[in-house]
Design a protein around this ligand. Sequence first.
Ligand code: BG6
Length: 488
Amino acid sequence: IQLPKAIIIIFGATGDLAKRKLFPSIYRLYQSGKIGEEFAVVGVARRPWTNETFRENVKESVENAVSVNSDLTSFTSHFYYHPFDVSNQSSYHSLKSLLSDLDEKYQTEGNRVFYLAMAPEFFGIIANNLKEHGLKDTNGWTRLVIEKPFGHDLASAQKLNDEIRAAFDEEQIYRIDHYLGKEMVQNIEVIRFANALFEHLWNNRFISNIQITSSESLGVEDRGNYYETSGALRDMVQNHMLQMVALLAMEPPIKLTTDEIRSEKIKVLRALRPIQENEVDSYFVRGQYTKGIINGKEVIGYREEANVDPDSNTETFVAGKILIDNYRWAGVPFYIRTGKRMKEKSTKIVVEFKDIPMNLYFKKESDRVPNLLVIHIQPDEGITLHLNAKKAGVSSEATPIKLSYNNNGIDGMNTPEAYERLLYDCMQGDATNFTHWDEVALSWAYVDPISNAWSRKKAAFPNYEAGSMGPKEADELLAKDGFHWWPI
Ligand code: BG6
């Protein structure tokens, strides 16, 4: 494979994402030889920085995130800063000439990644100006990378999509869902479709339910402003959680191509049973944290956080029961839950298999445990299979055992960061792990009635203690189907 050559133009280069994720990811690609010397990064933002200030910032961000054992000067020399005003036409002119110069200097063949890592209200205007001012007219490829949030609901997402589609084709648009860049999220497909052991059982005859938990111990930090307009449903469920559902539920693709894989995921999202506004309470639970103790430290409640309404109706926790109306999944609930300030940071998938018709090996019915397949997404990466085996020495009684595979342990190295992988994929022109517009639209269509119902009715918040696993209603959601959350 040829090393990708390109200029990466980061809009919002002074922001948090660029600093925490993008610069370190570019460095790791450089360090591991996935990109050579034929690249440049142009940081674009309002602040009147110089190249030197910018490079200093890049250096600092890399040193904070990655262990660096060499001089960073040659790496940071690829970075340029361009002070910019989104709506000022001359900003685009000067950016255009800077890009042509750099194209020549670094032999990047006209390849450009425009990375929008800033407030979404500017996405449309920037995309259009890039087109109008000829920044896309090169001999190479041009791609647009878009960060979330992609809209606030279906209508606003549609409007945003129309705006960017006026300037870029669907094939040129890379919508980031960073969960799709995670090693073990990508592994879902392989575990399923590369193993006879699982795939034959992967349906409503053998699986009783699937549980996806993505818990965080952090609160909203300094993102109160954004989070107040979002809440956990928009922040996590519309994107990351539904993407995991799609990967767990999709049919095997006929080929490992972007179009085939995406089209299987889209079919799952089309089969989600819509929830009507008046039945939301039977399927979804919302929560908001109050003060509590996490890792021995006392933390404040959501309503006390900075930039949060003291009477806020915003949910910081969601649990839901999702049904998929197709041949494979009819009758199998997919339970999801996610929230801030929960007991620990962990993302895990538990696939619970149905009991066998008769099991003579447990004395008490209550000792019987079903087979579980646990996919550990983070912080541990691996899988655990819960089986039953004979209790050593004692007659013919069974006892639960676990078979575990730890991904990090085997490779002996940290797996690449999600952003590193996604940036690389984008430079290679591989959009498989980015979300197609149809996925975004279908996901919004699914969550919209839920958020509508919730915004109409004030919740009895706060209703879960920081450091817990959410409100008791989240447990009742499963209990009424005869299930319970498997401990994480
Ligand atoms: C982001 C959300 O998309 O995902 C954040 O905006 C959340 O609120 C984050 O904390 C979780 O990602 P990860 O990779 O830490 O699980």
